[in-house]
Ligand binder design. Structure first.
Ligand code: NAD
Length: 476
């Protein structure tokens, strides 16, 4: 069994201990991953710290050109890396580009596009005030060393969201992928790091304790974390001890509201992928659907038709559209929530029973006759299950959307855009989509409200988030 390596200061690095990476479609071990030691984490941070002044001193155009080369390298290696995503994370290979089934090739395409777009952005100094007595300019400087900690659902794409703005702005990075999906990320880091000066991009790997060593290191200048709320709270507390700033992209429980004037047929496909992208294992998937009572049965029928038509299986096989749940912990959570819904008298419209056989497969599941307060509605299921709740008065749907302590995304579905917008502005979430859900874009800022975290990623705001603002104030 091959042991994959981290990249530290431009060199491949193993570890005294290793752990297994498993294919969630088959249960097979697919490779061994180094479990970095505390000393190795400290050495990776030291390498990044040493490389950072030289990286920041490079002319901006040179850094920009190198990040553009990174995008090209991702494109050139996309077939290899997409196979790792499928074998390790489970999403099917799928097609390429925005109109295809959004699988592993889509994830790699996203990595390429996000890298290109971020490379093209600039942060010139701005005159923020000027009169006859003074001139004040805002400059943006790199922060230093960024610790990036990633989850298992979109392992490569989320790593790219953390790495690329950081290095574009002149920072160096130490990244720790999720212990469930390490190899694809370690391989991508190896490929990217070959193009950059040693120490600019480094990886460490292992479970949560490795991430904790990284966050606690006083040489870290910012932590970029994407993952669950409880881990985010632990990271925020640890980072606070060194006054290290953080960006926290945490879990959500996105509400989608279907207004009485929506068109069930026209919106069905968008709503379906909004809920079931990556088997629902997406932070900003629709996780609770509120449908006006007049459209309830029609919407359920449309979604059922789509859910039952999607082939599920090993994502390496041609024609497969849905893969397994990534890990057993998540699988057990999904099963537990569906069983609790059944026990509470909910109706299972389709799915609701795991098939026999290997792999963490669970069918696409629609649940009706369910209400706020049921755990399947109130908790982030992060899997292929959608509770559908009937409402009569749109005020009640808005109150339902806002009643939880998370607020990542939400959506409103209507043929009346003004009415939809009026509802959207009243929802407590970082993004409210209208007639689409989860449709992120590299130029559009993305981040959570309430317990879904703080800080923004993507576009100019995302780039600013990995810089230190400095005002230069001149007396005239
Ligand atoms: P998780 O919090 O269990 O793990 C995320 C990462 O944190 C892993 O790399 C893990 O090893 C590391 N970690 C664990 N304990 C740590 C500690 N004490 N210190 C430092 N690092 C530590 O999350 P997960 O299960 O991998 O991901 C699923 C969650 O992520 C869901 O809640 C989902 O909604 C959320 N998510 C949010 C976004 C977003 O942009 N808001 C995107 C994707 C996923």
């Amino acid at each position: 069994m091959k042991t994959y390596t981290n990249t530290v200061n431009g060199r491949a690095e193993g570890a005294a201990r290793t752990f297994e990476s498993k294919n969630p479609a088959t249960g097979e071990t697919i490779g061994l991953v180094p479990h970095s030691s505390a000393e190795q984490v400290a050495a990776a941070v030291a390498a990044a710290k040493a490389a950072q002044p030289g990286w920041a001193a490079k002319p901006d155009a040179e850094r920009k050109a190198l990040v553009m080369q990174v995008a090209e390298a991702i494109k050139a290696n996309a077939p290899y890396l997409a196979e790792w995503v499928t074998r390790e994370q489970g999403k099917p290979l799928g097609g390429v580009g925005p109109d295809q089934v959004p699988g592993a090739r889509f994830e790699l395409w996203g990595c390429e596009v996000w890298s290109q777009v971020t490379a093209s952005l600039d942060l010139p100094s701005e005159v923020v005030f000027e009169d006859e007595t003074r001139r004040d300019e805002m400059h943006r400087k790199p922060l230093g060393v960024i610790a990036a900690i990633a989850p298992w659902n979109w392992p490569l794409l989320i790593a790219i969201w953390q790495i690329i703005p950081s290095i574009r702005a002149g920072n160096c990075v130490v990244i720790k992928p999720s212990e469930y999906t390490s190899i694809g990320t370690l391989e991508m880091v190896r490929i990217i790091a070959e193009l950059l000066p040693p120490g600019v991009l480094n990886s460490v790997s292992g479970p949560g304790e490795v991430g904790a060593w990284l966050v606690e290191n006083p040489a870290i200048d910012k932590v970029m974390f994407t993952g669950s709320g409880p881990t985010g709270a632990r990271i925020a507390a640890a980072a606070a001890r060194n006054l290290t700033p953080t960006t926290l992209e945490l879990g959500g429980n996105d509400a989608a509201i279907v207004m009485p004037d929506a068109d069930p047929k026209a919106m069905a496909m968008g709503l379906f992928w909004g809920a079931f992208l990556n088997m629902g294992q997406t932070c900003a998937c629709a996780k609770r659907l509120y449908v006006h009572e007049s459209l309830h049965d029609a919407v359920v029928a449309e979604l059922k038709g789509l859910a039952e038509a999607m082939p599920m299986g090993n994502g390496m096989d041609e024609g497969v559209v849905m893969g397994p749940i990534q890990n057993r912990m998540q699988f057990d959570k999904v099963v537990g929530l569906v069983e609790a819904a059944k026990a509470g008298g909910a109706t299972i419209v389709c799915g609701g029973q795991a098939p026999a056989g290997p792999g963490n497969f669970y069918p696409l599941t629609l649940v009706t006759d369910i209400a706020d307060g049921n755990p399947l509605v109130d908790e982030e299921q992060f899997g292929p299950v959608l509770p559908i709740i009937k409402y009569r008065d749109v005020e009640d749907a808005i109150a339902s959307a806002n009643r939880l302590d998370v607020g990542l995304g939400a959506s409103v579905w209507s043929t009346n855009l003004d009415a939809a917008k009026a509802v959207a502005t009243r929802i407590q979430a970082g993004t409210v989509w209208i007639n689409q859900h989860g449709t992120i874009h590299p130029m559009v800022p993305f981040g959570g409200a309430k317990g879904s975290g703080w800080g923004l990623e993507f576009g100019i705001d995302g780039l600013k988030a990995v810089t230190q603002p400095q005002v230069i104030s001149l007396k005239k």
